[in-house]
Design a protein around this ligand. Structure first.
Ligand code: PGA
Length: 248
């Protein structure tokens, strides 16, 4: 059986209107999808329907609250689950840039797991220096973000390797396939080490950062990624269709 490839669309704070969101989502749903693909669309929460029906294109949220305290503007993982959703992005670098810590991301993962939501956990270095200092920063981010989880917990998550320097309109350059592969191997090895070297199961790691129709396939075929987390290109259905075809 072909392994599942995850294509995760992170619409961030776009589009502006519900009409545009409805059209875009219906274009996703009518695209022909290879069976081995799982497409997860994460629109702004305000555009989520009250009850979600399952399908090959499923919906997720872009964040959840770290606990069940009363807090204006927060959405809880249990609420996300209650409308039939299964996925939540947590720890995106744009949220970390606003002060979210690894410890908070760890708590968000816990909230997701206890609500039966699969967290899509974003990790990645801010700067990639030539001599490899970034490795220490990345592993300490992993240490705190994933502390206290078992191997089984890890298998219920999707980890997203998102080098901050390759994300969004501020990207300095694209991540090469080799950099993607090396870092995903490092992430997998570190997580296996953290969970006590239990037998190698499946730790799903996707890649995100300036994914386009031109580079998508390389990250999946040679870059060691189990899929892609896509920002800007996810708002353009033609780009998404060609990305989907290239990795399916
Ligand atoms: P990008 O964003 O594809 O626009 O670089 C990726 C992300 O932020 O997840």
């Amino acid at each position: 059986m072909k392994k599942t490839i995850y294509v995760i669309a992170n619409w961030k704070s776009h589009p502006e209107t519900v009409d545009e969101a409805t059209v875009l989502l219906s274009q996703y749903k009518t695209s022909s999808l290879p069976e081995s693909l799982s497409v997860i669309v994460c629109p702004p929460a305000v555009f989520l329907p009250a009850q979600v029906t399952p399908g090959q294109v499923v919906l997720g949220v872009q964040d959840v609250a770290e606990n069940n305290d009363t807090c204006t503007g927060e959405v809880r993982a249990a609420q996300v689950a209650s409308i039939g959703l299964q996925y939540a992005i947590v720890g995106h670098s744009e949220r970390r840039a606003r002060g979210e810590t690894n410890t908070q991301v760890n708590q968000k993962i816990r909230q997701c797991l206890s609500a039966g939501i699969t967290p899509i956990v974003c990790v990645g270095e801010s700067i990639r220096d030539e001599v490899g200092h970034y490795v220490a920063g990345l592993t300490s981010q992993l240490d705190v973000t994933f502390t206290g989880f078992t191997r089984m917990d890890l298998e219920s998550m999707i980890v997203a390797y998102e080098p901050v320097w390759a994300i969004g309109s501020g990207a300095t350059r694209e991540c090469t396939v080799e950099e993607c592969r090396e870092t995903i191997e490092l992430i997998r090895a570190h997580l296996i080490h953290m969970t006590g070297n239990l037998p190698v199961g499946e730790i799903k790691v996707v890649y995100g950062g300036s994914v386009s129709p031109d580079n998508a396939r390389g990250y999946v075929t040679d870059g060691g990624a189990d899929g892609l987390l896509i920002g800007r290109a996810s708002l353009d259905i033609e780009k998404m269709k060609s990305i989907i075809q290239s990795v399916g």
